[in-house]
Design a protein around this ligand. Sequence first.
Ligand code: ADP
Ligand code: 5GP
Length: 208
Amino acid sequence: MPAPKQPLVFIVSGPSGSGKSTLVQKLLELPGTMLSVSCTTRKPRPTENAGKWYNFVTEAEFQQMVERGEFLESAQVFGKSWYGTPRKWLDEARHKGLDLVLEIDVQGAAQVKQKLPGAVAIFILPPSRQELERRLRERGQDSEEEIARRLEQARKEILAFREFYDFCVINEDLERAGREVQAIAIATRRRCDQNVEQVSKILDSFGG
Ligand code: ADP
Ligand code: 5GP
C-alpha cells in the first residue's frame, strides 16, 4: 500500500481588512479542501461561534498546548492575543485526503514555510490604502486608533511579504480575486510532483 498522499497546505495572509476571510471561503468552495481552525486567546466577537473559525482558549491552555508541542506554528498578533495552528489538522487532512487551508499572519506563514517548504503561501493585497481604510471603517469593528495601527501594519507587511510568499492576489473585484485564489489551488494540484501515482497507473495501462 502506498503511504497516504501528503496534503497540500495553502496559507492565506494579508493585511487586516484585505479580504482574507472572504477569499478563504472561496478556497473552501473548492471540493477537496478543509479549513484549519486556529486556537486563540482573544475573546470571541458577538458574531463568532466557537469551533467554526476559532477555538477560544485561555492563556494557560494555550501555553500548555505550546509546551506539549501541539502547534505547527504560533504567534502573538498585534502584540496582543496569541494564535496557533494545531498540528492535528494536518493529520486529519492526510487521513481524509483533503488539502488544508490556513488563514494565518505573516509570522505564522514564515514558520510554516520553514517546516513545510512545499506549503503554498498566498498574500492578499487591498487595491489601495484608501480602499483598505474604507473597508475597515465599513466593517465597524475597530476604533480610530486601531484602524490607524492596522493601516501602518499593512504598509509594513506589503513592504516585506515577498520573502515568504509564492503568490499575491489583489482583492479589488471580489469575483475575480476569488477565481484567482481557486486557480492557484487548482494549478498547484496539477503540478507534476503531485500526480506521480496517477501517472504511474496510466503508464501501467500501457504495459509499464
Ligand atoms: P480580513 O479577513 O482580511 O480582515 P474580510 O474578509 O473580513 O478581511 O474583509 C474585510 C471587509 O471588506 C468585509 O466587510 C468584506 O465584506 C469586505 N470585502 C472583502 N473583499 C471585498 C472586495 N473585493 N470589495 C469590497 N469589499 C470587500
Ligand atoms: P482576527 O483576530 O481579526 O480574527 O485575526 C487577527 C490576525 O490573526 C489575522 O491576521 C489572522 O490571519 C491571524 N491569525 C488567525 N489565526 C492564526 C493562527 O493560527 N496563527 C497565526 N500566526 N495567525 C493567525
